[in-house]
Write a protein that binds this ligand. Structure first.
Ligand SMILES: Nc1nc2c(c(=O)[nH]1)N[C@H]1C(S)=C(S)[C@@H](COP(=O)(O)OP(=O)(O)OC[C@H]3O[C@@H](n4cnc5c(=O)[nH]c(N)nc54)[C@H](O)[C@@H]3O)O[C@H]1N2
Ligand SMILES: Nc1nc2c(c(=O)[nH]1)N[C@H]1C(S)=C(S)[C@@H](COP(=O)(O)OP(=O)(O)OC[C@H]3O[C@@H](n4cnc5c(=O)[nH]c(N)nc54)[C@H](O)[C@@H]3O)O[C@H]1N2
Ligand code: SF4
Ligand SMILES: [Mo]
Length: 761
């Protein structure tokens, strides 16, 4: 076996060597204390926000296999294919094993860490000196451990003087964050997974947990109450197939639907006046507003029948414990925040919150989207604080032992504002960490043009082959899940541990240690002297959370998280029900928020919030007559597939090539047969895919999974005005058999006037 320490010594200079004197920081050859060489250890999965517990089986201290953890309160012994295959993707031949620097010939070529850092710091410093400190920004992720996110956020903003840095969680959770903050006073998903089993009515809106959160769906399947399952999704998804009522509302008509339901509930007197009076504000305005949504209007705008809408309202009324669950069909919309709040309004007016089996519940996406929401130092100051609040800045500065003046007094630009900043020439240097912008960002032709304009692009990733790494000037090789320590926060606010059970290949380092090296190279290492290890940072994060709604000061250390099956926030110090000695599977492991009806606004009330729905920016037209929906395509594919495509097992479980779901009626009109190669084009770009004819999509709509690189050549850069989340799930396209030139008339399509701007996506 290669001796990594020697390798590093050979390839690095004094800076790295200084860190190497403390082997614990790199963990080279040394596994965490809790892990014995031939035993099993437990940790949470590194893909989705379900946060399943996995048992890792070790030989000579290295992970050789894994199985789902039967004791963990999240998954109770279950895992989906991605979880089972989590270790195999670490061995891929395209792992980034050494820093790569673009040479004079324009090729990425291997360099030492010393050389890499010798480029990173001076290049970014020169850009800042010429164009101002704000001319360098970062884009990060919901997939690193919380301790790394916090390190990046603190290093970049307090140490390196950046103002702008955002995460891929903007693509994902920003809408839920803003909806909760405005309605509850803090970004606080209220539920616990036991609610899946306790509800007698479950409403899923724009969520396909059968594919995207399979183990949450397993929890629904364990529900003993024969629940009513209502699915609001324009497509007949795998989840909708299992529903008792599927409501295929027209895309983005959800807000209208929920206002109409609210109106029906009020008209019928099916509301909880006591709860409304005691715990909410703004109901009178709400009730007045929704009068403008009578049944006829809702029927017309959603495409649902009056009876379907009435049945929905009746089900909510008849339910004793109604829970509402939403995901990207709501968040990724031009009016996502108000739609999410229209859902929250329904839960509040019927008193379906704070009790078992209830809640207005946003399901998160990535394994640590929740960690990023609280601790990435992007839109929130570390620990859910506010950059604009002087007291908050002073508190954070006090905990970190830094000057309050180094903390910016305003939040960062959002992801798309950073991209636009590059376009305007205000941002010249970009550091992309643990996300694949050149595949996942909306409107790829524009995105790639933007990335091309940078003076210096650094990409820090596990693989050097990602679409974004290929565009970089400098690639920093990162360790992945299983190769480093830290914590994730799952969808139900549960903090779980991940551990180093494998050595990262070659010269790859954990993101944590990359940040330490950069702090040192930048000259601000002193500021982070206490940030010695992920667990040391966890102790700092605890202190930052003190007295916030997400207070976790009662969690001792990683060992306690391990012992307790994870701990949900909040868990403040000195609580009289500390779980330290609680046996596994006690009710303490399942805690929901707002049981006392007290919310985080100053008046302790939750707010009803409404606004008139707005039309789609790009509606189907004669030239682009179909509406494109995008999303997850299978339980075995993860996003841009940098990881899941490396598993031979997973590859067998999903279609290798892009496909488009097309209704047979549209297909017939277009002369397209099953499996034909087709061209899908929007005003912005074109992709090729195989036609998959299915009644699961409605006539006039098509669906393409996001996992294929062409998909975002089609999407349109439209954003929710409050959350600034991209609206990935609606733009106009046309579909033609390959060979048929745009401009040729078909039986139904009018000739296209605009040719796609660029088809080389
Ligand atoms: N296997 C797998 N699992 C994953 C992921 C993955 O890549 N692969 N990614 C993870 C991440 S980061 C996330 S964010 C989640 C996403 O999880 P989900 O949001 O459940 O998945 P999506 O398929 O993106 O979108 C859900 C549904 O929204 C519907 N939809 C589109 N427009 C509308 C609309 O206007 N109204 C309504 N009501 N529905 C609409 C789509 O038809 C789709 O079925 O999944 C997580 N889990
Ligand atoms: N059309 C369309 N587009 C979408 C969506 C959609 O529904 N439709 N969904 C959006 C959503 S919700 C999301 S969350 C985004 C996801 O978009 P991305 O974040 O771009 O997707 P990933 O493929 O997960 O990219 C993560 C990258 O991090 C790397 N990586 C993994 N672990 C580590 C690590 O520990 N350290 C480092 N440094 N790197 C690591 C992986 O190799 C990969 O390159 O896509 C968005 N894009
Ligand atoms: S459901 Fe999510 S957390 Fe659980 S095993 Fe699958 S990918 Fe991992
Ligand atoms: Mo996501």
């Amino acid at each position: 076996m290669i001796d990594l320490r020697n390798l590093l010594r050979a390839h690095t200079g004094p800076l790295t060597r200084e860190l190497l004197r403390e082997p614990g920081h790199f963990g080279l050859g040394q596994l965490p204390i809790a892990v014995r060489p031939d035993a099993t250890t437990s940790m949470v999965c590194g893909y989705c926000s379900t946060g399943c517990g996995l048992k890792i089986h070790l030989r000579d201290g290295e992970a050789v296999n894994l199985s789902p953890n039967t004791d963990y309160p999240v998954n109770l012994g279950m895992a989906c294919p991605k979880g089972w295959e989590a270790l195999s993707v670490l061995d891929a031949p395209d792992r980034a094993t050494t820093p790569l620097l673009r040479n004079k010939q324009g090729q990425l070529s291997p360099v030492s860490w010393q050389q890499a850092l010798g480029e990173f710091a001076p290049k970014f410093k020169t850009i800042q000196a010429t164009h101002g400190p704000e001319s360098v920004a970062f884009i990060s992720t919901g997939q690193m451990v919380t301790e790394e996110m916090a390190f990046l956020g603190a290093l970049s903003k307090f140490g390196m003087g950046m103002l702008h840095g955002d995460g891929n969680t903007r693509q994902c959770m920003a809408t839920a964050v803003v909806a909760y903050k405005q309605a509850f006073g803090f970004d606080a998903p209220p539920y616990t997974y036991a609610d899946f089993e306790a509800s007698d009515v479950l409403v899923f809106i724009g969520a396909n947990p059968c594919l995207a959160h399979p183990i949450m769906w397993e929890r629904v399947m364990r529900n003993p109450h024969s629940p009513e399952i209502i699915v609001v999704d324009p497509r007949m998804t795998e989840t909708a197939m299992n529903a008792t009522l599927h409501l295929p509302a027209y895309p983005k008509s959800d807000q209208t639907l929920f206002y109409g339901i609210g109106n029906l509930l009020i008209e019928n007197g099916w509301i909880n006046n006591e709860y409304i009076a005691a715990h909410t504000s703004g109901f009178a305005e709400y009730a007045e507003f929704v009068k403008a949504f009578p049944l006829e209007r809702v029927v017309q705008e959603t495409g649902l029948s009056a009876r379907q809408i009435e049945r929905f309202a009746e089900a909510i009324h008849n339910g004793q414990r109604v829970s509402f669950w939403w995901t990207m069909g709501v968040n990724q919309s031009h009016q996502g925040v108000r739609t999410a709040q229209a859902i929250i309004d329904l839960a509040l007016m019927t008193g379906n919150i704070g009790r078992p089996g209830t809640g207005a519940n946003s399901i998160t996406g990535q394994c640590n989207a929740m960690g990023s929401r609280l601790f990435s130092n992007t839109t929130n100051l570390l620990g859910g604080h506010d950059f604009g609040n002087q007291q908050h800045r002073e508190k954070v500065a006090g905990v970190l032992g830094i000057q309050p003046r180094v903390i910016p007094d305003q939040p960062s630009w959002a992801y798309h504002e950073i991209m636009e900043g590059v376009l305007r020439g205000q941002i010249k240097g970009l550091w992309i960490i643990c996300t694949n912008t050149a595949h996942s960002w909306i409107n790829q032709n524009m995105a790639r043009d933007i990335l091309d304009r940078l003076d210096f692009l650094v990409v820090q990733d596990m693989y050097h082959t990602t679409e974004t790494a290929q565009l970089a000037d400098l690639v920093l090789p990162a360790a992945g899940w299983g190769e480093k320590d830290g914590t994730f926060i799952n969808s139900e606010r549960r903090i779980g541990v991940v551990k180093k059970v494998r050595k990262a290949p070659g010269l790859a380092l954990s993101d944590f240690n990359i940040f330490r090296l950069i702090a040192s190279a930048w000259g601000c290492g002193e500021m982070f002297a206490k940030w010695e290890s992920p667990e040391a940072v966890f102790q700092i994060l605890k202190e930052l959370s003190r007295d916030m709604p997400c207070d976790i000061t009662g969690i001792d250390d990683y060992a306690m998280l391990d012992r307790c099956g994870g701990v949900q926030w909040p868990w403040p110090e000195r609580t009289d029900q500390s779980p330290v000695d609680a046996p596994v599977n006690t009710p303490l492991q399942e805690r929901r928020l707002f049981a006392d009806g007290r919310f985080y606004h100053a008046d302790e009330r939750a707010k009803f919030i409404v606004e008139a729905p707005r039309p789609l920016k790009e509606r189907p037209s004669a030239a682009y007559p179909l509406l494109l929906l995008t999303g997850r395509g299978s339980a075995s594919q993860w996003h841009t597939q940098t990881r899941t495509s490396k598993s031979a097992v997973l590859r067998k479980l999903y279609p290798e090539h892009a496909f488009v779901e097309l209704n047979p009626l549209d297909a017939r009109a277009l002369g397209i047969r099953q499996n034909d190669q087709v061209s899908i084009a929007s005003q912005r770009g074109e992709m090729r895919a195989a036609a998959f004819l299915t009644h699961n999509v409605q006539p006039g709509q098509v669906f393409v999974p996001m996992h294929y690189v062409g998909t975002n050549c089609l999407t349109d850069a439209v954003f929710d005005p409050y959350s600034k989340q991209p609206a990935y799930k609606a733009c106009a396209v046309r579909v033609l058999p390959v060979g048929q030139m745009p401009g040729m008339s078909t039986t139904q399509l009018e000739p296209a006037t605009e040719a796609p701007s660029n088809t080389s996506c």
